[in-house]
Ligand binder design. Structure first.
Ligand SMILES: Nc1ncnc2c1ncn2[C@@H]1O[C@H](COP(=O)(O)OP(=O)(O)OP(=O)(O)O)[C@@H](O)[C@H]1O
Ligand SMILES: [Mg+2]
Length: 339
């Protein structure tokens, strides 16, 4: 019996499954929806379809995001979600064993790691190895992780930002900050409520981020046209619209960028000097969907005085890294944890 090897990035916002041969075989939001009738839940939808129900479902439907801060918050929902993703992406056959390598956030507890491993196995994998996310991100971003040289990776996801220096196939210094794209959306919701007395939901906040979101505005002149947004008046609860500018976005998310900056600084301070000097020379690589925020790389470069660049296909680096680790075989088995 042969084995079918997959790498999984089970993210707070999105799940990506990759094989070394075929590349990306699944890229969907980490959302699952159920019908609820008399207390009994039956599966309804997964991924993109389930995401469209978030915040809009009637009482008889539960749309759930089973991961929070990169770890499983609801085991049963996570298991169903992964099972349905496997059904969508992987051909069913009795003739192969499904072997998965799943990424786990740096700093996940042993209990959280086991839960991820168990959920992937319960969903149908015959084995589930664990790979630390920053290492996967660095591998997927094609950094020279096996060399005696320090490389810094900053993976900005939906729920967390992982900052790490890797060298010789291991993580030398790292930290996980509970800030990701979802927190950027929450910060915008708060600021729109405070400044425009308008209540908006998560989906609207994400749309605004994609349209006019930016980490900085040059010369205090807005690059994007002001955007008209719709919501519900926070006082009178009457639906209405208001206009928001790119500058307002930057102001709302500045405290979050400050925290990412200080997270990077503190990892660099703890890194042995020879490896830190490699980072000063070669720069910092950003991965994760959150790294796609406009001008984030230039803003961090300006603040840190180190070249910060976004990796190619940043949303897929972690999953590619996991598939790459499997394909590297013995060279990389030390970094994968099996039960
Ligand atoms: N063009 C973009 N500009 C800004 N943010 C973006 C862009 N595209 C995606 N994002 C944000 O990236 C986040 C998702 O990133 P990603 O898929 O890497 O997260 P994840 O791996 O699911 O989460 P985590 O690693 O925290 O578990 C979302 O918050 C999304 O809004
Ligand atoms: Mg991620």
């Amino acid at each position: 019996m042969f084995s079918y090897n997959i790498g999984i990035d089970l993210g707070t916002a999105n799940t990506v499954i990759v094989t070394a041969k075929k590349g990306i075989i699944l890229d969907e939001p980490s959302v699952v929806a159920f019908h609820v009738s008399k207390g009994v839940k039956t599966f309804l939808a997964v991924g993109e379809h389930a995401k469209s129900m978030l915040g809009k479902a009637p009482e008889s439907i539960v749309a759930s995001q089973p991961l929070s801060d990169g770890v499983i918050a609801d085991f049963d929902h996570a298991e169903t979600m992964i099972k349905e993703f496997f059904k969508k992406a992987i051909p069913r056959s009795k003739h192969f064993k499904l072997k998965a390598v799943v990424c786990v956030p740096f700093g996940a507890t042993p209990v959280e790691k086991r839960a991820i491993q168990q959920a992937v196995k319960a969903a149908g994998a015959s084995s589930a190895g664990l790979l630390e996310e920053p290492m996967a991100a660095a591998l997927g971003a094609k950094l020279p992780v096996l060399e005696p040289k320090g490389s810094m990776i900053v993976d900005i996801g939906g729920g967390t930002t992982e900052v790490a220096v890797v060298a010789l196939g291991g993580i030398v210094e790292a930290s996980s900050i509970k800030i990701g794209g979802n927190h950027f959306d929450s910060a915008l919701i708060q600021s729109v409520k405070k400044n425009l007395s308008l209540k908006i939901g998560g989906a609207t906040a994400e749309k605004i981020k994609l349209q006019i979101g930016s980490a900085t505005v040059h010369d205090k002149v807005d690059c994007a046209e002001p955007l008209v947004i719709s919501g519900v008046g926070s006082m009178d609860r009457v639906p209405r619209s208001a206009s928001t500018k790119q500058q307002d976005y930057c102001t709302a998310v500045r405290p979050l960028i400050n925290r990412i900056e200080s997270g990077i600084r503190s990892v660099l301070e703890r890194t042995p000097p020879d490896l830190a000097s490699d980072v000063y020379q070669d720069g910092i690589t950003l991965t994760g969907g959150g790294s796609l925020l406009k001008e984030l790389d230039t803003e961090l470069t300006r603040r840190l005085n180190i070249q910060v660049v976004v990796a190619e296909n940043p949303k897929y680096c972690v999953a590619y890294g996991a598939a790459c680790a499997v394909a590297m075989g013995k060279k990389f088995t030390h970094a994968i944890e099996y039960d």
